[in-house]
Design a binder for this molecule. Sequence first.
Ligand code: ADP
Ligand code: ZN
Length: 529
Amino acid sequence: DRSGTGAEPDAAQQVLRRVFGYDSFRGLQHEIVTQVIEGGDALVLMPTGGGKSLCYQIPALVRSGVGVVISPLIALMQDQVDALNALGVRAGFLNSTQFPDERRTMEQQFVVGELDVLYLAPERLRLESTLQLLDKATVSVFAIDEAHCVSQWGHDFRPDYLALSVLHERWPDVPRIALTATATEATRREIAERLDLTGARHFVAGFDRPNIQYRIEPKNRADQQLLSFISSEHAGDAGIVYCLSRNSVEKTAEFLTRNGIEAVPYHAGLDARTRAANQSRFLREDGLVVVATIAFGMGIDKPDVRFVAHLDLPKSVEGYYQETGRAGRDGQPSTAWMVYGLNDVVQQRKMIDSSEGDAAHRRQLQLHLDAMLALCETVQCRRTQLLAYFGQSGEPCGNCDTCLTPPESWDGTVAAQKVLSTVLRLKRERGQSFGAGHIVDILVGKSNPKVLQHKHNELKVFGVGAELRDVEWRGAVRQLLAQGLLAVHGDYGVLVLTEASEEVLFKGRQVALRREPERVKPAKAPRAK
Ligand code: ADP
Ligand code: ZN
């Protein structure tokens, strides 16, 4: 056993102390660096914040030659290089944002071995000139960061990654280490195959983040729910709020600030200076909230983020895990809180329908969404379900919403039949399809202008759903969508039946639904400072 503590200080440990100033390796780090230093290949699955960088930086420093790091995160290269330079490590990068003369200088340093670490954008490996450049230098290790990008059906596919198999073909003696924070077992196999890493040792770190409490609630009025969550549980804490659109980022940041919670926006549409300023305020100040699109957070290392809130549904469980993982890196109790509703499902479905790529690609996006929806609608422990997604097992945690307040389920068969038969009737009798809101209006018997205009008050199903409130109906429709008993189609998000709907309508299939919690009361706004 060579896992860190107590072992003879070897070269790796000396570098850890002398260069990085750390006393001991964390988790699997020591085993991983030993494997690579000895010339073996490694596939590393470690959650964000787990300490992946050291796994290739230390071998790069211990072995002779230059460590070449393939990374798609071009925007972070400068920061990574600066951080290494500050430690006295000679580092540089090559990517498309450089001026030609900067690039030439870097290439020169690389070839003569005046570098310890070189960051390289994957697309550069498509150029024969880059391959020739690598021939001229001595490479100590190839590190392939964000290795899941090679997975064609993953959530972050980069075509340039497919070309990385050239590394092994051309330099079979240089050890390679592929690293990712997000990979199911299937993706891991795919990475190993595509990158020609079938002989690599796999290092899989535990994904559980016990100090994070997971909670997912139905969305009613997202901004009020958020305000109430922050002011009652996280007043004065640093946190990240994720929204899907730039517009809602701006609005939410303003809303929080107006209500006495200091918040700054962050999205790709802001000019670079504002973005950098907001990011550095977030890192520096205590208790600032950043409202952001998912553009924010890559490489952010702030240990005391006390909560991560999602106002919109992430596209995949991988994304959710990665974003929520930015909470509580210091190990202190933190919250991953999310609201999600019917419109999230409709909106994501629309995005999938209109996405580029072929049917198989859309099918993959749908599978990612389905897994995310299953996590939202589960009646079991969220953590168990999340870990199971990453191929790891665990007991119910006692620290997520479903463990703390087990959701009640009820027999929703009749309710489901009402929804589905309304959709069916409109289609059969009128040749029409409508969105969820209108279907619910018909069920609860609302004679609004749209209903009257279409004479839907004359339908047999008009008003047959008086036993539930319309939030409950919307919750039921959301759950039917999540369970695949109903689908949405096209630009207007109209509801359509699926094969499974027929089973409910005609074959006596039972439907269990989660009871919707009581509507969350809007919080009283704290007095502004
Ligand atoms: P990842 O790339 O897996 O998200 P990083 O490599 O950025 O994680 O590391 C996350 C943080 O943990 C960094 O601040 C890093 O300096 C710190 N860290 C990594 N390894 C150790 C260690 N052995 N001891 C102390 N801090 C560490
Ligand atoms: Zn739990």
